[in-house]
Design a protein around this ligand. Sequence first.
Ligand code: ZN
Length: 323
Amino acid sequence: MESILVRVGRLRKDCNWEVSSFLYQDFQQPNPPLIIHPANFDLEERVSIVSDPHPPVEAIYTDGSHLEDETAETLAIKEAINWANSKGISTSIWSDSESALRAISSFKSSNPLIQETQQTLLQNPSMQLNWIKVHVGFLGNEAADILAKQATKEGTHLHLHAPKCHLKKMLMNLSLNKWQQDWDSGDTGRAIFNILPKVTLTPASWSRESILFATGHGPFPSYLYRFRLHHSDICTCGEKGDPLHYAISCHMTLSYHFTKPNAENTQLWWKSVLSNKLSRIKIAKLISFLTENENLIKQPPDATSSSDSDQISLLHQELGLMD
Ligand SMILES: [Zn+2]
């Protein structure tokens, strides 16, 4: 991801990743060459951001608000200047976008669209740009508005470069999609997959106990048995000692029980149990109960069924060796 960002964003190289390709020309490049001579740049004086309560009637009022963002407003201003230039009008232009005006008045702007607007404005030395606080329906703005809208629709004489943050976002979405695909088709962590099928960058705010419970990697005979910490995966009550057993059926953990899920609703049950704050507190209590009372849930070796006898003799051998 990071390498694509550097290749496309800095080194000006096209790049392919998975099935997507990134053309560097589609994105804004850092530090484009300075296209306006500093001596000719007088826009700091010609763009006013102090709102005038009495703007003149014979002026152009731009309105990019029907479009989408600051870029649209800049576009509207640029088209308004173009329009005035083509008609030979030297008037003032009023915009309600303070950020667009600030960008235009700045010599340091590296945004190509802003630079183009600055050049257009410099072609008409007597034109002023002003800020108007509230947009009032003055005549004259429609022309610029229509032109700006046309420009965004046709997009022919205007090649807008997406800002670099857009590339970042694209890459982020792509990698999230890839992660999701891997998560969907993977075979590890399926217990968690059933509860959290969607990948996200926001960490699930699960407590340690909730994780132990959901993964089953906790003080449960079913888990301890796998690591020979128990000689059996069966609870003292005779049933399989997995998280669900202690959450819904074991008589020893009665005070921590949840309502039993229907066979077809098990996935939903897990989801609701883990997304509810009170249930998570209950889970935490259940886990600490099981941890503190390990001997209570641990079936004594002589009570195990014959199928476990091999395992037990193995365990005894090991214990004997350790002695
Ligand atoms: Zn039990």
